[in-house]
Design a binder for this molecule. Structure first.
Ligand SMILES: NC(=O)c1ccc[n+]([C@@H]2O[C@H](COP(=O)([O-])OP(=O)(O)OC[C@H]3O[C@@H](n4cnc5c(N)ncnc54)[C@H](O)[C@@H]3O)[C@@H](O)[C@H]2O)c1
Length: 336
């Protein structure tokens, strides 16, 4: 199928709804790609601080070689408002408001009333089926999932999800557009709750919580095992490539015995429920599966960001497919 023709980012004004954690990093990514961006945010304080927060992200992207333009020039292409009517004239809208079906539906209704009938409207939901968001839409064909991973200005992940009614041609256009954003997008052809990565991650999370809850291992031991096994190869190869690399028959034999014994609990396991009920938010409020001093929590956040730039660079040296001949890899200076 021929690649769809898509506009250069400078020619495609984008609307973003919500300037929280994700809306801000999504906006930074879009500005770095060259789009003019209009953001809608209900909270005045978040609108007032948006330029400062975006400036910090864009400066960091420049330092890491992900953005080559001027930070001021990028910010000149940005405006924030509390009024959804300001999205008029945008050719693509991405919503990143709370994970709440009713609130997202209500917002989609008001966006549809403002933007042109052909403009795609992408929902950055973690797990709400896109078909449910389409149910009350005027033109459900142009509604699709555009699922980013935080920090959205550095990660190469993007899932483009077709709901029951989404136009496949429109979804392919968004996939092509996303290459300008530095992404390696995937297309989810049929809508399913949680899409790809969240379905797989939550299956792993349930099993990890089960092992802890049943006393087989501590939180730290589960973390250490997964970091040093899964963590060693998952950026290099997905599970199917990994099976090809390490031999298939053994996995068939192990799965025969192991699958019936894996947790298939329907309830949220107690260790997670207890923490959530007690108000633990992880490093955000220094309370989680581990204890943190304020300084430690800040340091974890910084290290996570630093790591995400480094792993991005490493992954790009090892593309998801290889030709018949060895490729010359750019030499990287090891960091001190
Ligand atoms: N945080 C993550 O790592 C992550 C990853 C992938 C997907 N998501 C999804 O992205 C969405 C946003 O998550 P977040 O973590 O950025 O949330 P957040 O709470 O940080 O931000 C949401 C923002 O939306 C604003 N808002 C709410 N209703 C609005 C409206 N009608 N119009 C304009 N602004 C409105 C809020 O004021 C807030 O600033 C959620 O659906 C979440 O599930 C989050």
């Amino acid at each position: 199928m021929p690649e769809p023709v898509i506009p250069r980012p400078e020619k495609l004004p984008v609307g973003v709804a919500g300037l929280g954690l994700m809306g801000t990093s999504i906006t930074a990514c879009l500005l770095a790609a060259g789009h003019p961006v209009t953001a809608i945010e209900l909270k005045a304080e978040r609108r007032a601080t948006a330029r400062r927060r975006l400036s910090a992200l864009l400066t960091e992207m420049s330092r890491e070689g992900l953005f080559r333009g001027s930070v001021k020039g990028a910010l000149d292409r940005f405006q924030a408002s509390g009024d959804v009517a300001r999205l008029e004239g945008t050719g693509l809208v991405i919503e990143a408001i709370y994970e709440n079906l009713e609130q997202k539906r209500e917002l989609l209704e008001s966006i549809e009333a403002i933007v042109g009938p052909k403009a795609p409207i992408g929902c950055n939901t973690s797990a709400i089926p896109i078909s449910l968001l389409q149910q009350s839409a005027r033109n459900p064909k142009r509604i699709l999932g555009i699922h980013w991973a935080e920090p959205a200005h550095t990660t190469r992940f993007l899932e483009v999800i077709c709901g029951k009614e989404t136009s496949p041609a429109l979804a392919r256009r968004v996939v092509a557009q996303a290459r300008y954003w530095g992404k390696e997008p995937t297309l989810v052809r049929r809508d399913i709750r949680g899409f790809i990565t969240n379905r797989c991650f939550y299956a792993l999370l349930r099993e990890a919580l089960y092992l802890v809850e049943q006393g087989y291992a501590t939180v730290a031991d589960v973390d250490r095992s997964l970091r040093n096994d899964l963590g060693y190869w998952i950026t290099f190869a997905g599970p199917f490539r990994f099976l090809d690399l390490t031999g298939i028959p053994a996995y068939d034999a192990v799965a025969t015995d192991l699958f019936p014994e894996l947790s298939n609990a329907k309830e949220v396991p107690a260790p997670l429920r207890r923490l959530a009920k007690a108000g633990a938010k992880g490093v955000a409020n220094s309370r989680g599966f581990y204890k943190y001093s304020h300084g430690q929590a800040e340091r974890w956040e910084k290290l996570f960001l630093e790591f995400s730039y480094r792993i991005r660079a490493l992954a790009q040296d090892y593309p998801e497919d290889v030709g018949d001949r060895p490729q010359r890899r750019p030499k990287r200076k090891p960091r001190s």
